[in-house]
Design a protein around this ligand. Sequence first.
Ligand SMILES: C[S@@+](CC[C@H](N)C(=O)[O-])C[C@H]1O[C@@H](n2cnc3c(N)ncnc32)[C@H](O)[C@@H]1O
Length: 417
Amino acid sequence: MIRPKRVTGKISRINVLGLGEVLEEDSKSALEIPFSLPNEIVDYVKDDDGKANNVKVKVESPYRKQPSCPQFQKCGGCSLQHASKNFVTEWKESVVAHALREKDLYPHFRATYVTPERSRRRAVFSGCRTKRGATVGFKSYRSNNIVPIQGCIILDKKILEFSAGMEKITSLGCTRSTTIKIHVSTSENGLDVCVSNGKPLNKELQTKLTKIAIEHDLARLSWEDELIVLLKPPIQKVGELKILPPAKFFMQACKEAEKVMVEEVGEVLKNENNVIDLFSGFGTFALPLSRTKKIFAVEKSSEMLTALELVQRKTPTLKFIRTSRRNLHKNPVTADELFEIEGAVVNPPRSGAYSQCSELAKSGIKRIAIVSCNPLTFARDAEVLIKGFYNLDWIKIIDQFRWSHHIELIAKFSRKF
Ligand SMILES: C[S@@+](CC[C@H](N)C(=O)[O-])C[C@H]1O[C@@H](n2cnc3c(N)ncnc32)[C@H](O)[C@@H]1O
């Protein structure tokens, strides 16, 4: 048998997916080497699909550290636990700086905020049935295998403690040939759980699922759009305000990160009284701002806006919040409609807010805070605003997706004239 040839190479950089790269002989293409760091010397076997396997690090980077999670390299959730905290921070800043450099933008970076360990308050798990019962966890790197979450240093303890419950739900509610998705969020009254891609519901399944919800002291358990059981209201708090969200909903991944984001957005818009919150969700920014400002909240999801409207009705001390259900990609709020608005917060999904920023660029809005989870679409949208006579004053990275390649940032834009 011919032994596969081992190749030695030097890691030239970490790419935007958090993977090390070795330049190929043609110096044009690069081979991805996961869990490596710049300047490390690695040797590996290149398989028939052109992927590096059986990687061994021969010379280690000084930024290398011992990963804390026992599942690291098996679980696909983290790609950078082998790197020091400073390295990850600097690398995330460099990814954002690079995306902006491509647009000829060189902004000032404020100090990055890094969330604590075990602070992730929402996650989506995969579950499948096995001969012995069920496995629940995150998909592994480069495969559909599911890796259990024991020892995870990202997740809130209350979510980790629900692993056994998720296994029971999977054993009962997943067919042999499918994978279910279990969306879990912490709430003020226990976990809020919503399952998708499960078996069709029937009376027996519903009764058994209700028993699991009671056993694990859940606040709410939903099956796609159907409520299985509401044991306690799954309240989310924004400051002191209490929100009852729909079954599948968005909230910032970590409470601590959300607090910093709300403070920074508040600082950007401190002198503006008439503010629009674009992609508002249930009002993470709109609600705190509405203590002192008039708010126009715009969002596609009717259920999220209903949750926001309910809080407003119950809280007479808030200033006026106007809401609009609207697809901002297809039907952005136009510059004419923005006539009286002085400030904006824009927090789009990963696809960004190109159409909306094109309208903002034509408006007279004085200050804009963009909160983005995608440096590439952010750089594209920032360019549109800069061409419309805005300054990019600063950027701050909020590392709420620790040890992954995902990046969250806030940026302040001010109108030049
Ligand atoms: C990143 S989340 C931000 C939500 C909110 N700002 C927060 O911090 O909780 C993006 C929001 O945009 C909404 N959304 C997605 N696509 C949209 C579209 N085309 N038009 C309007 N809203 C959209 C989603 O429903 C979601 O609430």
